[in-house]
Design a protein around this ligand. Structure first.
Ligand SMILES: Cc1cc2nc3c(=O)[nH]c(=O)nc-3n(C[C@H](O)[C@H](O)[C@H](O)COP(=O)(O)OP(=O)(O)OC[C@H]3O[C@@H](n4cnc5c(N)ncnc54)[C@H](O)[C@@H]3O)c2cc1C
Length: 429
């Protein structure tokens, strides 16, 4: 006996006229909704907690379009043992989680081969070249442009050795189109006088930007998507599947919501839904931490990246946000806020006079694939199911472009970016 109820609204698939059901209302799901709404599609968005505190709400807020190389830089493996030895270093692993994460790590190692690294970088650059073309209309329509600050970002090096070790990657990024300028110690200090005078070199990433508050971006976009007519259904989706209407999302309460297409945009929680369709994917939560200081007492004009220490400081409108770290411990382990404390202590050495009164700590789940490429595209099992997840460190940056590409696929247009690199099919090979 089929126990599922059909939700009775015109935008559901019961009458065969539904358009798109989007599962997940983080920045990616909302960007997909916004783009499909531009095509006149009728949209239903499902999420258990629309105003929750997921990854899109608390990230570092950077439009990091110059970051067109994957995390799996050739040779990165040599640094891993040292990082893992330091309990509060940039990388940590809950050893109980290792058996589960092992295939991901093996694929990560494979992605760091030189040829694969080059292919991945080209695929990332193809997305990033479109960043502002896609992002500005979306943020403009949502009324969010006043909190987009296009002041670049500054990569900082304490030692010549570290700067030189990254020089080849920097030149490679330039060859992919990134506008990067090498800065002397003096130029770094002139740009950001609040920094301690310990940085020998910098790289100015001209095209980067930051937002005033990522939560505000999500809030404004959600309000705009609602105003454009999307229906919001609170609920937890336990499975998505092809159906006579196209595709359906089955909710835990037994409700089924159907559309011509279902988009899976559930961030770090997406692997189970894809597996239910028959699509394997390697996806880990790469847990990141930050602390927001509402009254930091120092001024930065732009995001600064402490290259050797692998953390960043972003001058959001709501305070200075200090964040970073990559922790592999799965989706359920409680946060270890000693990581935020460690980053804050480091930040105090680089930003003299930093005040931490009212500090707010946060942990978020980066939805990370081993090759740093997002999963964007139709399921090989059913073209009515479209994936949009796995954006790792760059979900805010890639949000509007992901939305535009998903809208193209749904409308039957051929995207102007070759889509094969982002297909979930790469995990079946
Ligand atoms: C510390 C940190 C700093 C970062 N800094 C940056 C940055 O500066 N720039 C940048 O571009 N990116 C950054 N990122 C990455 C970025 O935040 C993520 O890539 C992005 O937020 C992912 O968005 P999402 O919509 O896929 O996932 P989420 O924001 O996690 O949204 C997923 C949604 O799906 C819902 N959901 C989950 N399961 C179900 C289900 N079964 N049924 C229904 N709904 C479900 C959840 O409730 C959630 O609302 C950072 C991440 C971290 C952790």
């Amino acid at each position: 006996m089929n126990q599922t109820k059909m939700a009775q609204t015109p935008s559901d698939g019961a009458n065969g006229t539904a358009d798109v059901v989007i599962v997940g209302a983080g920045i990616i799901g909302l960007a997909c909704a916004w783009s499909a709404l531009q095509d006149g599609a009728r949209i239903t968005v499902i999420d258990p907690d629309f105003e929750g505190d997921r990854t899109s709400h608390g990230n570092a807020g950077v439009i990091a379009m110059s970051d067109s190389t994957p995390i799996s830089v050739p040779g990165v493996w040599r640094k891993v043992p040292k990082w893992l030895m330091d309990p509060l270093g940039p990388l940590s692993l809950d050893w109980k989680h290792l058996p589960r994460a092992l295939p991901w790590f093996m694929a990560f190692q494979k992605a760091s081969g030189r040829q694969r690294f080059t292919e991945i970088s080209h695929a990332l650059a193809a997305l990033h070249r479109r960043t502002y073309r896609d992002l500005l209309p979306m943020l403009g329509d949502a009324g969010a442009l006043p909190i987009l600050h296009r002041r670049g970002a500054l990569l900082l090096y304490e030692t010549k050795a570290a700067f030189e070790a990254d020089a080849e990657e920097c030149r490679f990024k330039q060859s992919l189109g990134a506008k990067l300028t090498v800065m002397s110690a003096r130029q770094v200090r002139d740009m950001e006088p609040a920094l301690a005078p310990v940085f020998q070199h910098g790289v100015f990433q001209e095209e980067c930007a930051h937002v005033g508050d990522p939560r505000e971006i999500v809030t404004l976009l959600r309000a705009r998507v609602r105003a454009l007519g999307a229906r919001f259904v609170p609920g937890h989706v336990r499975a998505v599947m092809p159906s006579e209407y196209g595709a359906s999302a089955a909710l835990e309460d037994g409700t089924r919501v159907s559309g011509r297409h279902v988009v899976v945009a559930t961030g770090a929680w997406s692997a189970g839904l894809a597996a239910g369709v028959g699509d394997a994917v390697l996806l880990e939560s790469e847990r990141g931490y930050n602390t927001t200081l509402p009254d930091a007492g120092i001024h930065l004009s732009r995001e600064v990246v402490f290259a050797e220490r692998k953390f960043v400081a972003t001058p959001l409108d709501i305070g200075l946000r200090i964040g970073g770290a990559a922790e592999f411990a799965g989706l359920r382990a409680p946060p270890n806020y000693r990581r935020s404390d460690a980053l804050l202590a480091l930040a105090k050495t680089f930003l003299p006079g930093l005040r931490d009164a009212g500090a707010a700590k946060w942990m978020g789940h980066r939805p990370s694939t081993p090759d740093s490429l997002p999963v964007i595209g139709c399921s090989p099992k059913a073209a009515s199911i479209v994936y949009a997840f796995g954006h790792g460190h760059l979900g805010l940056t890639q949000s509007a472009t992901t939305g535009a590409l998903v809208a193209d696929l749904i409308a039957g247009r051929t995207p102007d970016v070759p889509m094969a690199p982002y297909s979930i099919a790469r995990f079946a090979r």
